[in-house]
Ligand binder design. Structure first.
Ligand SMILES: [Zn+2]
Length: 80
């Protein structure tokens, strides 16, 4: 009877550990995906130039208040 108890204890603890590691595994890929997002160029937000209508990546755009421009030249043209 003692051996049976030990076996049951092992089986129960096995399933408990398995369910905990499963939860951790499910959380891991989501965290990785979130971490990768900012670095991917495909997901870069594109903004339209108010002067010529050209689409430029957000980090290359020149912002003047509510306006977005592709270059300083176009920003100046619009503001003059
Ligand atoms: Zn432009």
């Amino acid at each position: 009877m003692r051996l049976l108890f030990i076996i049951i204890l092992f089986v129960v603890s096995y399933f408990v550990i398995k369910s905990i590691t499963n939860k951790l595994d499910k959380n891991k890929p989501i965290g990785h995906r979130r971490a990768e997002k900012p670095g991917k160029p495909v997901q870069t937000k594109m903004l339209k130039c108010d002067e010529c209508g050209l689409h430029i990546p957000e980090h290359e755009a020149i912002r003047q208040g509510n306006h977005v421009f592709c270059s300083l030249e176009h920003a100046r043209q619009r503001l003059e």
